[in-house]
Design a protein around this ligand. Structure first.
Ligand code: NAD
Length: 245
C-alpha cells in the first residue's frame, strides 16, 4: 500500500534510534537506503544498502557526502532529516558553543541536506520528512536550546513546502513525543531529565508509556508514501497525547 519499492531513500542521522528504525522499515518496504551518520567509521555497503560517515553540521562534510552519494545513485526520491542531539542545561549554564552545536546539528543540518538534495528531489518529484519534536510546540525547562531548534525545524518545513509545492515536492515533519532511544536514555543518566524522572516523563504522555522507534518510523513511511500525496507543510504529532493538554 505504501508503494515505496524501488525508491531511493536517504536517511540523514540513521545509525541509531528512530533513524535506524526508519531505515529498516524502508528496506522492508522494498526501498534502497543510504544512511549518513557521524557514528559510522567508514563508507560501506551492508546488504546492498549504503552507509556514509558524515558530520551533517558541517557544510564541507555534507557537500562531500552528497558527492559520494552521486557515485552510487543518479537521483534521489526521499530525504529524511533525522540527525539530532539533546542538551540538558539551564540557560545560564548553556555555553555559546553548546548552543551552536544544538543549532548546527538539529537545524543547520536540515538546511544543508535539503539544499543539496533539492535538485534531485525536484527531478523525481520526491519528498522530504524532517524530524522535529513535540517540544516544538510546548516549553520544557532546561531544554531551551533544544526546543528552539525543533520549533525552527517546524517552520522551516512549512516555508520550504510552499517553495517546492509547484514542483510536486512535498515537505513534512514528524513530531515525536518521548521515544525510547539512546538520545532519550542519555537525558536520565544518573540525574533527572528536563521533565523530571523518566516516570514523570511517562506520566506526561496520556497513553502512559514511551514511544517505540518503530512507531515513529511508520509515520515517517506514511508521510513519504503516496498515501500522503495531499499532505505537505504538515507537522504530524506522534506523541502519545503529550501535547493534548
Ligand atoms: N527520542 C526521543 O524521545 C525524541 C523525541 C522527539 C524528537 N526526537 C528527535 O528524533 C531524532 C532521532 O533521535 P533519536 O531519539 O533516535 O536519537 P539517537 O541518538 O538514537 O539518533 C540520533 C542519530 O543522529 C546522529 N547524529 C548526531 N549528530 C550528528 C551529526 N553531527 N551528523 C550526523 N549524524 C549525527 C547520531 O549519531 C544518531 O545516529 C532527533 O532529531 C531527535 O531530536 C527524539
Amino acid at each position: 500500500m505504501m508503494e515505496l519499492a524501488g525508491k531511493r531513500v536517504l536517511i540523514a542521522g540513521g545509525a541509531s534510534g528512530i533513524g535506524a528504525a526508519a531505515a529498516a522499515a524502508f528496506r522492508e518496504a522494498g526501498a534502497s537506503t543510504a544512511i549518513y551518520d557521524i557514528a559510522f567509521q567508514k563508507e560501506r555497503i551492508a546488504d546492498g544498502h549504503l552507509q556514509l560517515p558524515a558530520d551533517l553540521s558541517d557544510s564541507d562534510a555534507v557537500a562531500d557526502a552528497f558527492e559520494r552519494l552521486r557515485r552510487h545513485w543518479d537521483g534521489l526520491d526521499i530525504l529524511i532529516n533525522n540527525a539530532g542531539v539533546e542538551l540538558v542545561a539551564g540557560l545560564e549554564e548553556t555555553t555559546e558553543a553548546a548552543w551552536d552545536r544544538i543549532m548546527d546539528v538539529n537545524l543547520k543540518s536540515v538546511f544543508l541536506c535539503c539544499k543539496a538534495a533539492l535538485p534531485m528531489l525536484r527531478a523525481s518529484r520526491g519528498c522530504i520528512v524532517n524530524t522535529a519534536s513535540q517540544l516544538a510546540f510546548v516549553g520544557a525547562g532546561s531544554f531551551t536550546a533544544y526546543t528552539a531548534s525543533k520549533a525552527a525545524v517546524v517552520n522551516f518545513t512549512r516555508s520550504l513546502a510552499l517553495e517546492t509545492a509547484a514542483d510536486g515536492v512535498r515537505v513534512n515533519c514528524i513530531c515525536p513525543g518521548a521515544v525510547d532511544t539512546p538520545l532519550l536514555r542519555r537525558q536520565f543518566e544518573g540525574k533527572r531529565g528536563p521533565q523530571g524522572t523518566i516516570g514523570d516523563l511517562i506520566a506526561m504522555h496520556p497513553l502512559g508509556r514511551l514511544g517505540r522507534p518503530e512507531e515513529i518510523a511508520s509515520c515517517i513511511l506514511f508521510l513519504s508514501s503516496p498515501l500522503a500525496s495531499f499532505v505537505t507543510g504538515s507537522a504530524m504529532l506522534a506523541d502519545g497525547g503529550y501535547t493534548i493538554h
